[in-house]
Ligand binder design. Structure first.
Ligand code: ATP
Ligand code: MG
Length: 416
C-alpha cells in the first residue's frame, strides 16, 4: 500500500516555505506598523457560527464546508474563513471595550472545492480585521496598507476592484429589482442559481457558470441603487483612496461569496496566469455581523490574502535566503575543533551542517553539492595546524585558504 496525501491537501515544501515565511514576515511587519495585533484562532468552530455568518445559501455553506459530528454529536466545522472566528472571539472576550480593535491572523482554511492550481481544499490565508470603526477612512487606509504590502513584495499588476453592496436600508429594494430582472432572464441561469434567486438573487452575480455570467451581463447595478448613507460612504472611500494615491476599478458586479458584507467590498487581482484563480486578496465591510452574532452593534472592515496564489506571484529572487555550508573534517582532531567552530558560526545565524560520512574527499565534496551547499569548508590536518580552513565556493569551484576568525564573514550571507 502506498500512502499519499488527500486530494487538495498540500504539502508546502522547503524551497517554497522560504517564500511563505517572507510573505508572512512582510505582512506582519507592515500590519503591526498600522496598529494590528496578532490573534491565534482555533481551526474548528461550531458549524452554526459559519452557517449564520457566511449565509445558508452561499456556495461555502451549501457545498464547501468540512463538517463533522464530534464524539459528543456536536456539529463542528473546519474553518472555511477567518472573519467569523475573529468576530466570535471579539464578542466572547469582550474586545469591544476598546474603541477600535485591529486583529491580524494567519493559518489554514478548508473548503471542499475542485482542486486545481491556485485552488486547494486546505489553503492558507493572512487575514486582518478592523473592528469598531465606521469611518470610510478605515476602509481606505486598510486598503492602502494592503496595496503597500503587495508593493513591498513587488507583485506586478496588482489591481484593486471595489464595489458597494449597500446596507439593510437599500439592499432589499435592489434585491427585488435584480430578482425581477433575473426572472425575465432565467433561461441562461444554472440550476443552483435558479433555486437561489428566490432567497438570495445576488448570488447569481457571483456565479462562475458561463450561462449565469451571460444572463447577468446587463443586470441592474447595485451602485445605482445605493441609499444616501451608502452612496456617501462609497464616495468617501474613493476620495480617501485617492489621497493614498490609489485609483480603484469600480466593479458593480462584484458581490463576493459571503453574505455578511455591507457597503464596501473589494478584490485585488493580479496576473497569476491561472484564469479565474486571479484574486489574491478580498474582503470588505461587515457592519451587521457582530450584532448578528450577539455582540454590540459594531462597524467592521476586513480582508484575507490567499498565500498560495501570492506565492506564485512572488519572484523567488525577492526572497531572502541564507546559504548553506557543509563542513568536512578530516581526522579526529579536526572533528573536535569542528564542533567548536560550527557552534560559533551557528551562534551568529550561519546555516552549517557537518558531513559525518567517511571516505574519499572527492566523494564527500559530491555529497556537499547534493546537499545544496553554497560553500564547503574543509578542515584537514594541515589546516588545523595553521589555524585556517579551505573554503570552496561550490558555484564557481574557487578555493581559498582562510583564517578561522574570517570564515563567518565569508560563509555568512555573501553567497545570496
Ligand atoms: P475565488 O473567487 O477565487 O473562489 P473567494 O471569493 O472564494 O475566491 P475569499 O473567500 O474572499 O475568496 O478568500 C480570499 C482569498 O483567499 C482569495 O482571494 C484567494 O486568494 C484565496 N482563496 C480562496 N479560496 C481558495 C482556495 N480554495 N485555494 C487557494 N486559495 C483560495
Ligand atoms: Mg471561492
Amino acid at each position: 500500500m502506498s500512502v499519499t496525501a488527500i486530494r487538495g491537501f498540500n504539502d508546502i515544501l522547503p524551497g517554497d516555505t522560504e517564500a511563505w515565511r517572507h510573505i508572512e514576515q512582510t505582512a506582519w511587519s507592515i500590519f503591526s506598523a498600522y496598529g494590528f495585533s496578532e490573534i491565534k484562532l482555533p481551526i474548528v468552530e461550531k458549524t452554526e457560527l459559519f452557517a449564520r455568518s457566511i449565509g445558508e445559501t452561499t456556495d461555502i455553506v451549501e457545498k464547501e464546508m468540512y463538517t463533522f459530528a464530534d464524539r459528543h454529536g456536536d456539529a463542528i466545522t473546519l474553518r472555511p474563513e477567518g472573519t467569523a472566528p475573529a468576530v466570535r472571539a471579539y464578542i466572547e472576550h469582550k474586545l469591544y471595550t476598546a474603541p477600535v480593535t485591529r486583529l491580524y491572523y494567519t493559518g489554514p482554511m478548508f473548503r471542499y472545492e475542485r482542486p486545481q492550481k491556485g485552488r486547494y481544499r486546505q489553503f492558507y490565508q493572512i487575514g486582518a480585521e478592523v473592528l469598531g470603526d465606521e469611518s470610510p477612512r478605515a476602509d481606505a487606509e486598510t486598503l492602502s496598507m494592503l496595496m503597500k504590502f503587495f508593493g513591498t513584495l513587488k507583485v506586478k499588476g496588482a489591481t484593486l476592484q471595489v464595489n458597494s453592496l449597500g446596507d439593510a436600508s437599500c439592499r432589499p429594494a435592489y434585491k427585488k429589482k435584480l430578482y425581477e430582472y433575473l426572472k425575465e432572464h432565467s433561461s441562461g441561469l444554472c440550476e443552483n442559481c435558479l433555486r437561489r434567486i428566490e432567497t438570495n438573487p445576488l448570488r447569481a452575480l457571483d456565479c462562475k457558470a458561463t450561462g449565469c455570467i451571460e444572463a447577468t451581463r446587463n443586470a441592474p447595478s447595485l451602485v445605482d441603487s445605493l441609499c444616501e448613507g451608502c452612496a456617501t460612504h462609497f464616495d468617501k472611500v474613493r476620495y480617501f483612496l485617492k489621497l493614498y494615491g490609489i485609483e480603484p476599478v469600480i466593479n458593480p458586479r462584484m458581490v463576493r461569496g459571503l453574505d455578511y458584507y455591507t457597503r464596501t467590498t473589494f478584490e485585488i487581482t493580479a496576473d497569476t496566469g491561472l484564469g479565474s484563480q486571479n484574486a489574491v486578496a478580498a474582503g470588505g465591510r461587515y457592519d451587521g455581523l457582530v450584532s448578528e452574532l450577539g455582540g454590540p452593534s459594531t462597524p467592521c472592515f476586513g480582508f484575507a490574502i490567499g498565500i498560495e496564489r501570492l506565492s506564485l506571484l512572488l519572484e523567488r529572487s525577492q526572497v531572502p535566503s541564507s546559504p548553506l555550508t557543509v563542513f568536512i573534517a578530516l581526522g579526529i582532531d579536526a572533528e573536535k575543533k569542528g564542533v567548536e567552530l560550527i557552534s560559533l558560526w551557528r551562534s551568529s545565524g550561519i546555516r552549517v551542517v557537518e558531513d559525518f560520512s567517511t571516505g574519499a574527499l572527492k566523494t564527500r565534496m559530491k555529497r556537499a553539492d547534493r546537499l545544496g551547499a553554497a560553500f564547503a569548508v574543509i578542515l584537514g590536518e594541515n589546516e588545523l595546524a595553521e589555524g585556517v580552513v579551505t573554503i570552496k565556493d561550490m558555484k564557481n569551484a574557487a578555493q581559498e585558504t582562510i583564517a578561522w576568525d574570517r570564515v563567518a564573514g565569508i560563509i555568512g550571507g555573501a553567497g545570496k
